[in-house]
Design a binder for this molecule. Sequence first.
Ligand code: ATP
Length: 382
Amino acid sequence: VTLTTSSALKGAIQLGIGYTVGNLTSKPDRDVLMQDFYVVESVFLPSEGSNLTPAHHYPDFRFKTYAPLAFRYFRDLFGIKPDDYLYSLVNEPLIELTNPGASGSLFYLTSDDEFIIKTVQHKEAKFLQRLLPGYYMNLNQNPRTLLPKFYGLYCIQSGGINIRLVVMNNVLPRSVKMHYKYDLKGSTYKRRASRKEREKSSPTYKDLDFQDMHEEGLYFDTETYNNLMKTLQRDCRVLESFKIMDYSLLLGVHVLDQSQREGGEPGQAGSDGRRPVGQRVLYSTAMESIQGDGKAAEALTTDDTMGGIPAKTHKEEKLLIFLGIIDILQSYRFIKKLEHSWKALVYDGDSVSVHRPGFYASRFLKFMSTSVFRKTQRKSAA
Ligand code: ATP
């Protein structure tokens, strides 16, 4: 028997995280040491229960937590208290996002919009483990960033199958309707949403679609534009330093006028009648992520923007922008390419594989700073 149904997997995730976070509270707070990054905690959860774990209705499974103390430190860095983490992930239902990527990963969103759980491949989990110490050295220096934030890495083993999960920040709050959604890489090769994707109720479009649909780009005032570009430049430099490529900018566009015509506010009450409160994790909203020095960020993140960044179209339509960098763990593709670089050299003269992350980053930045995001031209007073 395996955890093949989504509801069984959700249940196992919640039991496992419930156990491991509870277990952590008995471990005293101390400085994170290098060896903490390599610790793997493991617990067996039989259906009939054990003296450590409750009985449950799913097949027996084992739950592994990677680097528990290191991740506790990272959660703390973003102001996530153990009780809040438990509450978001375990006490409220997880919402399955329908088949968003091509890789076959499953995505779950917590009810409060704070966290995304993504299933990842063995190699991606291994890569994250190796990346972790250096990556968090950067996030520690500068938590205001559009880079993905990882809050936990787990593995569920059952019936000979391993399901690896990462918990990360959610870029697009469900409480705000995204009128357009884009996954942008700065490349034009095969960067159009498939027909199947377009037929969805809320498709994720790509670079070429963006150029068709927002030919003029999205306009920001000078200060906001500069902050956004500074943040993206700094983030790309970090990714380049880890030789990471193929990442995307996930971009959600909320059209304020359109939502008013549809009779709603961005922060309107959901079907359960509760008014969303916005994301509470520190530096988690788009607006907080780009406020480099932290000044005025609190004042700007108000109820009516829901953490989005105000922008306009060239026709002066008001927008709220939500964004973050995603999908940074697939760099084994790159490592593989390096192994075979002689082939590239022979077949298409590509002798500069090691320079590719730099090339990727500058093409990404160029596209974002010119085609996607633009500075509002001050109209002269004359
Ligand atoms: P592929 O490799 O085919 O791009 P993937 O399965 O690796 O896909 P991602 O690219 O990470 O998945 O994400 C796929 C989609 O899931 C995104 O386009 C977005 O709609 C959603 N998504 C992923 N990560 C997040 C996040 N942190 N916040 C909100 N939505 C997300």
